[in-house]
Design a protein around this ligand. Structure first.
Ligand SMILES: NC(=[NH2+])NCCC[C@H](N)C(=O)O
Length: 363
């Protein structure tokens, strides 16, 4: 065995996860209002059906499924236009008990479905906070990437010095002024970094909470980034690694470098936010914003294994899997996890990745 591999193995043997119990809290978050397609809200139930519990048990972990977070429905407002057209502070309640936002420049008024997202995010934050306090490994199954604002703030709230590894084809770091779609799932990283210039309706609950610091963030896998997003990424002081960087240096070196940058002392808790669209269409066809040239099966597994080897991952989001878009898979000889025989391609990959972040090794 080469010296390289021996050294790596020695290094990881030293560490032990003292941060979490060997128990996974599963939180289903069927929020799909951050983007335009139907189906992403079905992911958590789909993974439960395909063998989520057996997979977790088979890699030596216990689990507690706390069910799905309540997704708030949009209320009927007495003056609907007022709420969407004006972006103004919560001034008064209408007869349905709804907050109205009156005209001024304090609030963003045009982010799509922001009432549902803002109110549901408060529920996500609370549920996540409760599970993190149990010192379990918290697994948040989306839903679209909108869920990450609340899950990350919850991790930041519970773990001092939290580091974030965001794995994605996209930056998700648009601010409303630069967003081409006005879909919130393209903005949660910017929001968590507190880059928004105005307030966001229905997110008042988060205003006093600690936000992320850019030096604690590594963004890995980007390849479909909007014009202005590129500028935001460069100016923001986060550490970022595009597919070109991965091609050039290899995933092993990229992961080592990213961890070294965000956590030079190797002792901080890590939150992983994993968007399924980081992975190539070939291995993960079931997602709404597909981008060619993504991570290979080997690369994503290597990355997750190396993160698991830190023994400091305390929370993971798995987002943007849309079961309605998935395709049939065939059983292979090497399939060893207890995954249901009718699992589809992306669904099966999601379960394999969950096994990997919990420390299950590929031979
Ligand atoms: N989480 C995702 N899939 N994000 C895709 C974002 C696409 C685009 N950049 C936007 O802001 O609308």
């Amino acid at each position: 065995m080469s010296k390289y591999i021996e050294e790596y193995k020695k290094e990881i043997q030293k560490s032990k996860n003292i941060l979490v119990n060997k128990k996974v809290s599963i939180i289903g978050i069927p929020l799909s209002e951050g983007q335009d397609l139907e189906g992403v809200h079905l992911a958590c139930d789909d993974l439960r059906r395909l063998g989520l519990y057996d997979v977790i048990k088979s890699v030596g972990w216990d689990y507690e499924d706390v069910g799905d977070v309540k997704i708030e429905k949009k209320k009927m407002h007495s003056n609907e236009k007022k709420i969407l057209l004006n972006g103004n502070g919560p001034e008064k309640n209408d007869q349905n008990g709804c907050v109205e936002y009156e005209e001024n420049n304090i609030y963003y008024n045009d982010i799509k479905n922001i009432e549902v997202i803002g109110k549901s995010s408060e529920n996500i934050f609370k549920q996540c906070d409760k599970e993190l306090k149990k010192k379990n490994f918290v697994l948040n199954i989306g839903g679209d990437h909108s869920i990450a604002f609340a899950t990350i703030l919850s991790s930041v709230h519970n773990y001092e010095n939290l580091k974030l590894v965001w794995i994605d084809a996209h930056g998700d770091i648009n601010v409303p002024e630069t967003s081409p779609s006005m879909n919130y799932h393209g903005m949660p990283l910017a929001h968590a970094l507190n880059l928004f210039k105005k307030k966001v309706p229905y997110f008042e609950w988060a205003e006093k909470l600690k936000h992320l610091k850019p030096e604690n963030v590594a963004l890995i896998g980007i390849r479909d980034v909007d014009e202005y997003e590129k500028i935001i990424i460069k100016k923001s002081n986060i550490h970022y690694y595009s597919m070109f960087d991965i091609d050039k240096h290899g995933m092993y070196n990229i992961c080592k470098n990213a961890l070294q940058k965000i956590d030079p002392d190797n002792n901080s808790p890590i939150h992983v936010s994993l968007d399924i669209d980081s992975i190539d269409v070939l291995y993960a066809p079931a997602t709404g914003t597909l981008a060619k040239g993504g991570l290979t099966y080997r690369e994503i597994h290597l990355l997750l294994k190396m993160l698991a080897d830190t023994k400091r991952v305390v929370c993971m989001d798995l987002v943007e899997y849309n079961p309605l878009m998935d395709v049939k898979d065939k059983k292979l000889h090497c399939d060893s996890l207890p995954i249901h025989a009718d699992a589809t391609v992306t669904g099966k990959l999601c379960l394999e990745m969950i096994a990997r972040i919990l420390g299950n090794d590929i031979a």
